[in-house]
Design a protein around this ligand. Structure first.
Ligand SMILES: Cc1noc(C)c1CN(C)Cc1cc2n(n1)CCN(c1cc(N)ncn1)C2
Length: 404
């Protein structure tokens, strides 16, 4: 059998080096096959040998079957997906494929919550209108999580609720076969109107997942152990597409080094502390503890910090009618800098002008607002899009920041 095995192995080896010689004749075609190496492929002799046995219809020897089952050539996985800003960076939407055959929904990746929920056929037709929806009855891999329900409400008073299925979910090439997919049967008006948004992917800690009676794991918690590295990296940009990477960081996406700091997960968030901040060139040695939250649009910090900032903006007022600090759109704004370890993230002045309070208005709403009414500071998209941010889910979670 050895000879036969060697032959099959040799055949298998040849089979992987296909580069047919050009065929001479009345017409000449170039049949050269160009190999492109798959950087993620982990070579396995047992798999190559088994391929040869199968190719010639030979039963696999017991030893080979054992080797295959024990093969530690587990594919280390990584993936990357493009995320696109909507409505002046109000939110960032990323395509996610769900079910068999797959349907692609554009979802809001939210490191501030832990439910993966989607618009579904369980909503009224008028509510579904304009959205891509998940139809579990059309997915051969959908399984109802019997007796489970979910209900979530967000800081801005929006929310959704429904029942639960497990199904295959693929994000940027990283797939999990039995992800809890929370199908919405009710959504609040903010979501109905937002036809760009087909639901959310929660990337906070699974401890705050709302499924009852048994909380479900986030997509990241499900895939974490199979990733090359237990992390996801977030590269949000101002008015242009960015990326969510799973299992890897990409050095060309940032400058200098990534400064990591500890995370307090006790509330289920990526809660970290910046050691100091700056308004323009004025430094404040005040620590800022808050959550890294991709699902919140703005930067929400203590009233004292916000006051220091807008004291440098001529014409700025804290408007009760507009619900926060506003200023003349022509005002010159200072930058805002937050420091994590050795890295200082400078938020450019134009990020600090969120948008006119309404179309055509010459009064603009600030990207920095007070967190006083919330009870927690939130480093939302205004802060995060100035950085390359790594959410590391190792046994001691960390969050890392780099300039870009
Ligand atoms: C309008 C609007 N405002 O902000 C967003 C996003 C929208 C988009 N859209 C109209 C409606 C909407 C409302 C929410 N979302 N989407 C996403 C989840 N929300 C969060 C997440 C979180 N971590 N923290 C607080 N809320 C509230």
């Amino acid at each position: 059998m050895k000879t036969a095995q060697n032959l099959l192995l040799a055949l298998a080896a040849c089979a992987s080096l296909v580069s047919a010689a050009p065929v001479e004749g009345p017409q000449t075609h170039d049949f050269t096959v160009h190999q492109v190496r798959n950087p993620h492929y982990v070579k396995s002799g047992a798999h190559a040998l088994a391929k040869a046995y199968r190719k010639y219809g030979k039963p696999l020897p017991e030893s080979l079957v054992t080797a295959l089952n024990n093969s530690h050539a587990k594919r280390a996985t990584t993936g990357s997906a493009v995320t696109t800003p909507e409505d002046s960076d109000t939110e960032y939407l990323t395509p996610v494929s769900i079910g068999t055959p797959a349907t692609t929904l554009n979802l809001d990746f939210d490191t501030g919550s832990a439910d993966l929920w989607v618009f579904s056929t369980e909503l009224s037709s008028s509510t579904q209108s304009g959205h891509s929806v998940y139809n579990p009855s059309k997915s051969s891999t959908a399984k109802k999580l019997s007796g489970s329900t979910w209900s979530i409400s967000y800081g801005d008073g929006s929310g959704a609720s429904g029942d639960v299925y497990t199904d295959v979910v693929n994000i940027g090439g990283v797939s999990f076969a039995t992800q809890a997919v929370e199908a919405a049967s009710k959504v609040s008006s903010q979501f109905v109107q937002d036809t760009n948004n087909d639901g959310l992917v929660g990337l906070a800690f699974s401890s705050i997942n709302t499924v009852s009676p048994n909380a479900q794991k986030t997509f990241f918690d499900n895939v974490k152990s199979s990733l090359s590295s237990p992390l996801f990296a977030v590269d949000l940009k101002h008015n242009q597409p960015g990326t969510y990477e799973f299992g890897k960081t990409t050095s060309s996406k940032y400058t200098g080094s990534i400064a990591y700091t500890s995370v307090d997960t006790s509330e289920g968030f990526w809660d970290f502390t910046a050691s100091s901040y700056k308004v323009g060139s004025t430094s404040y040695s005040t620590k800022l503890t808050g959550i890294a939250d991709t699902g919140t649009t703005l930067l929400l910090l203590p009233a004292s910090v916000v006051k220091n900032y807008y004291s440098k903006v001529s014409g700025a007022v804290n408007s009760s009618s507009e619900g926060g600090y506003v200023f003349p759109c022509s005002a010159t704004l200072p930058t805002f800098t937050y420091t994590v370890g050795s890295v200082s993230i400078v938020i450019p002045a134009d990020y600090m002008n969120f948008s006119p309070v309404s179309d055509g208005s010459s009064t603009c709403f600030g990207g920095l607002q007070s967190s006083a009414d919330i009870g927690i500071n939130i480093f939302g998209d205004v802060a995060l899009k100035a950085a390359y941010v790594v959410f590391n889910g190792a046994s001691t979670p960390q969050v890392g920041f780099a300039t870009k």
